[in-house]
Ligand binder design. Structure first.
Ligand SMILES: [Zn+2]
Length: 489
């Protein structure tokens, strides 16, 4: 009965919050847990299999991928899709999923769990599977040291029966092996792919004896094939990507001899896809089912999201720590075309209030001729500008525009695409602003006959030989024809 009241209270609070104009993604969860302190227990009771996904980078994408694959195979799932990954976010997903009376019965709960929230989530609702992706320095003000965080997470798992899906390439993650659970080790073979010179800022020391680890192969940061003189080293993998190939349409992976294709772009998605494949195989999806569903997967908002603005393909990616920002910059500079770089930095609670991490970003790599202009934006635009200046970027190239909207408008005035990296709370407003700009263009274009459309888009195609421009033109023409203007093909 208490749980039922918690659901009703949560649903009411959610509706009220929406009426008042808040997106309110976690408010129903906060209220439900106030009414019923052990609300998460019910997830365990009413779900056959509970899966948690945790780690610093990539967990939203991986959670969405797993949820999509399982759903595609006909499983009933419950998930916290919006990336509301604290205990209240999980509770909110439960409130949202519950009917007015009683509980929905789900096959699998696929929950993204914030590293610091894992112990609480585990004690309230122990998972059957835990995917541990990676650990990078992230929002130190909230977490303290990575080592302490890992120990707390491990402590919470000691007494429960859980199968761990571990990143074999990350020495930090390998420390979960001490728990002596049933482990599935996942990793990239040494010559699987060439990550574009991601700079290394993570410590690479043995967790057992503190000696420096030796690497026969580094993928990026501390991820790779490592070994210590004391015997600690990369474990033998159970699931291995032998080859990862990037194409304009996404990435292709060869995993244990079988090929998988996904529309997700960016080399760093290789790990996300690999984790999703491994977990779904654990839940008895066949390779051919996974392959079939993977083709139809979509990336989450703001993850290397593309926007066609002024006939140019703009890109937007979430960053929240030095490792992620370095990966983003490297992806951005895969293309040598002229561009603008916008860095939007907020310091709200969800972004991390301590912004000192921007000094660990390898912004020096962005100081190149092809970047014609830099824009520092967001609440901490001035700090970004200072960091840019110390990266050796000429002052006359740096523009300080705290307003996101004005930053986009300024960038639109140039004839080069903008590549944008943004912290968490900048992301949703930017997706809104950029989508609006994109739709504006489509409406202007499609209001008239098809001739201006062709002249507008064909010119950049010849100028830049970009396949995706052609794709985009075809996509928009198709959507216009079938009246599905804003949907993905
Ligand atoms: Zn050692």
């Amino acid at each position: 009965m208490k749980a039922q009241i918690a659901i009703w209270a949560g649903k009411t609070a959610g509706t009220l919050s929406k009426v008042m104009g808040n997106s309110g993604s976690t408010i129903p969860g906060v209220v439900a847990r106030k009414v019923d302190g052990s609300f998460l227990h019910h997830l365990r009771k009413h779900t056959n299999t509970v899966v948690y996904i945790t780690g610093t980078n990539g967990k939203t994408t991986t959670t969405n991928l797993i949820a999509h694959l399982l759903e595609c195979s006909g499983k009933r799932i419950i998930t916290n899709r919006e990336g509301a990954n604290m205990v209240t976010g999980i509770a909110a997903a439960m409130v949202h999923n519950a009917p007015l009376l009683g509980w929905a019965k789900n096959d699998v709960a696929v929950m993204e769990v914030d590293e610091a929230s894992l112990p609480k989530a585990v004690s309230d609702c122990p998972p059957d599977y835990l995917v541990v992706m990676n650990f990078f320095r992230d929002q130190l003000d909230r977490y303290g040291e990575v080592d302490l965080l890992i120990e707390k997470m491990k402590d919470s798992l000691k007494t429960i029966d859980v199968k761990l899906i571990l990143n074999a390439d990350d020495p930090f993650v390998h420390r979960f092996s001490d728990l002596n659970k049933e482990n599935v080790y996942v990793g990239l073979a040494s010559n699987a792919c060439q990550f574009p010179n991601y700079s290394v800022s993570e410590s690479k020391y043995c967790p057992h004896c503190q000696s420096e680890l030796t690497y026969s192969n580094i993928h990026f940061a501390q991820l790779g094939h490592y070994q210590c003189t004391c015997g600690f080293g990369r474990p033998r993998t159970d699931v291995s990507a032998e080859k990862v190939i990037q194409s304009p349409n996404g990435i292709r992976l060869v995993v244990d001899g079988e090929e998988y294709v996904t529309p997700l772009k960016g080399m760093y998605n290789a790990y996300n896809v690999l984790f999703a494949i491994s977990l779904c195989k654990e839940l008895e999806m066949t390779s051919s089912e996974i392959r079939k569903c993977l083709v139809k997967s979509q990336r989450a908002d703001g993850r290397m999201q593309e926007f066609m603005i002024n006939g140019e393909m703009w890109r937007l990616n979430l960053v929240k720590n030095p490792a992620g920002a370095n990966v983003t910059l490297s992806e951005f500079f895969q293309s040598k075309q002229k561009k603008q770089l916008i860095f939007c930095l907020n310091d709200n609670l969800a972004d991390g209030e301590d912004i000192s991490w921007i000094w660990d970003i390898d912004l020096e790599m962005a100081n190149r001729l092809e970047v014609e202009s830099f824009i520092a934006s967001g609440k901490r635009a001035h700090d970004v500008a200072l960091r840019m200046k110390y990266a050796g970027i000429p002052e006359e190239k740096i523009n300080i525009i705290p307003s996101l909207k004005q930053a986009v408008t300024h960038a639109k005035g140039k004839n080069t695409p903008a590549y944008i990296m943004a912290t968490y709370t900048c992301l949703a407003p930017l997706v809104g602003i950029l989508s609006e700009e994109q739709n504006l263009r489509e409406e202007e274009t499609f209001g008239a006959d098809p001739v201006p459309l062709l002249s507008r888009y064909i010119k950049p195609i010849w100028g830049q030989r970009k396949y995706h421009l052609l794709n985009e033109t075809v996509r928009m023409a198709w959507n216009q024809r079938s009246g599905r203007r804003n949907q993905e093909p």
